[in-house]
Design a protein around this ligand. Structure first.
Ligand code: NDP
Length: 252
């Protein structure tokens, strides 16, 4: 259970809202030490306060570390800050992301690029910066947020789906490369979750199309349920898991 993660240092990106925020609460309850990253510092402070109220953590156990995943030249310094504070990183939960809804032809190449910059290169940059300390300790866990869209295509989501597929491909290679260093790589693929992501991702044109589809969807998970399942996956070091309102289906 996630309780077995007590004392672990877990760095969560995208911790200022949604799934990342609720995973912080779940892991704080389990007694993990946390690094909370995203761009909005005040939201990270809010999440930290809540962790202190509801979790088994003290002030020093939760480090707020603002970070822009797109500013890859700041990632090495961010890793240094974490190592200075906690001296190790047990788990990197690379979760930050955003969505875009729009038909392929009406989506500009700039939007396609931006999605890849964040989802693929942002994540790869932070993982590359984090790995040396894990390799040195011969211990670590890279836990990456993909999506059901990392496995399946759907209309009006080509940049998001394409970028998540690419992310999965990188992780599948990385997992094999890192076995020799005792570093695990997990990829989590949730179905739709109630968070800001879908709400703010609609373009004017496709919003109507998706708005109707989503509003009928009774199968969306709450962010807290999703976070609970992520905690179970982390504790059990599952290589890959689809998570949905039904229990985890572990593929590996
Ligand atoms: P939210 O919009 O609530 O959370 C997104 C998080 O990412 C925020 O904390 C945001 O913080 C952060 N973020 C966005 N851009 C950047 C950036 N450039 N640098 C640093 N942080 C950034 O959505 P979710 O919780 O739903 O999304 C979290 C992850 O879950 C995403 O990777 C998403 O693809 C994935 N996912 C979501 C599903 C869903 O249905 N909601 C389903 C499957 C996967 P800030 O703005 O403060 O920087």
């Amino acid at each position: 259970s996630p309780a077995s993660l007590a004392g672990k240092v877990v760095w969560i990106t995208g911790a200022s809202s949604g799934i990342g925020e609720f995973t912080a609460y779940e892991l704080a309850k389990a007694g993990c030490r946390l690094v909370l990253s995203a761009r909005r510092k005040e939201e990270l402070e809010r999440v930290k306060s809540q962790c202190l109220v509801s979790g088994k953590v003290k002030d020093d156990d939760v480090l707020v570390l603002p970070l822009d995943m797109l500013k890859t030249d700041t990632h090495a310094a961010a890793v240094e800050t974490v190592l200075q504070h906690f001296s190790k990183i047990d788990i990197l939960f690379s979760n930050a992301g955003r969505s875009h809804r729009g038909m392929f032809e009406s989506t500009s190449l700039d939007v396609d690029r931006e999605m890849f910059e964040l989802t693929v290169f942002g994540n790869m940059s932070l993982i590359k910066a984090t790995l040396p300390s894990m390799k040195e300790r011969k211990e670590g866990h890279i836990f990456v947020m993909s999506s059901a869209a990392g496995k399946l295509g759907a209309p009006a989501s080509s940049p998001y789906t394409g970028a998540k597929h690419a992310l999965q491909g990188y992780c599948d290679c990385l997992r094999m490369e890192l076995i020799q260093y005792n570093i695990d790589v997990s990829v989590v693929c949730p179905g739709p979750v109630h968070s800001n992501l879908l709400q703010y991702s609609f373009t004017e044109k496709s919003g109507e199309f998706y708005g109707k589809a989503w509003s009928k969807d009774e199968n969306r998970m709450t962010t807290s349920r999703c976070a609970e399942l992520i905690g179970i996956m982390m504790a059990n070091k599952l290589g890959e898991g689809w998570i949905s309102p039904q229990p985890i289906l572990a593929l590996m």
